[in-house]
Design a protein around this ligand. Sequence first.
Ligand SMILES: [Zn+2]
Length: 360
Amino acid sequence: MSENQKFFPNYTVGPDAYDAIETVCSRYGTKAVAIGGKRALAAAKPALEKALKNSSIEIIAYEWYGGEASLENSEMLMNLDSYKQADMVFAFGGGKAIDTCKYASLISGKPFFTFPTIAATCAPASAEAIMYYPNGVARDTYECHKPAIHVFINTDIIAKAPDVYLWAGIGDTMAKHFETSLAARGRNDLSFTQALGVEVGTMCYRPLVQYGAKALEDCKADHTSEELEQIALTNIITTGIVSGCVGVTINSNIAHALCYGLTVLHQIEKNHLHGEVVSYCTLVLLMIDGQMDKVDELYPLYKAIKLPTKLADLEVTRDELGPVVEKMLSVDDIKYVPYKVTEEMVYNAIDALEEYNKAH
Ligand SMILES: [Zn+2]
């Protein structure tokens, strides 16, 4: 696909989002196969059936995606009779189930729609499929060129999902503005699409500061709201647009590099979610880069919604940081910072953040 073609995600949002299925999908046929995680399918089925009751679209089968975003599961799905008979694929879940269907759609060419049941990642709106080996080890990211044709964001279902996903989603989304704006700093070689993505990136943090705490409260209480809708759109759509526009050299740097560094620690892998770890690492990025005004702006939100602001929040001690910083400075992401990040800078930033916590 040529560089000058760009496909953006389309979406419908709100508690009645599924009512738009008929209008959006009927031009692609009448038979859909619903694929997803077990919890996701169970959560979405009643609303889906209600919305399709008097429509021309029929769900011919509900299929489990297999439990891992693997090429093997994509293959397994494509071999199902229901998949072969379906005119289109409806993918339900957060990340892995959706990416499994995305990859299958890349190979099979079946029209593909996403129905996020949590608001944790941009997978429902992105054109990349992050794939794993059947044993769960990361395999590769596959460029699918186009996102799903349409994203149906039912905020009632997202409100009723465990709030921890929304929480971690906020943490991961927050990083995107600070990483993309840092990577783009001083670069005058950005394409139109990359520059557009960097500008859209500011929307990865402003709504979070404004609506994040209330949205999380509403998610805990299982009810949808304007604020929850804002955050669902931020976590799913804005991140999808930004990632899709900016490309790897802009998409991530200090925060994700440190997050990958921290994953060498057993307790991080075992007890902490990606977005949670990334949110701490964003504060370290701001410290390294001297953006104290942003630390001051974000800190109250972090405290209000209990995102980690210091090492102890992640069960990490300073003397465990050796291999963490070593790994951090070895991953590709760190190359996209406009200056050289040294070990000393990382330690100083972490220490300064510890002091900041004591003073606030
Ligand atoms: Zn991330």
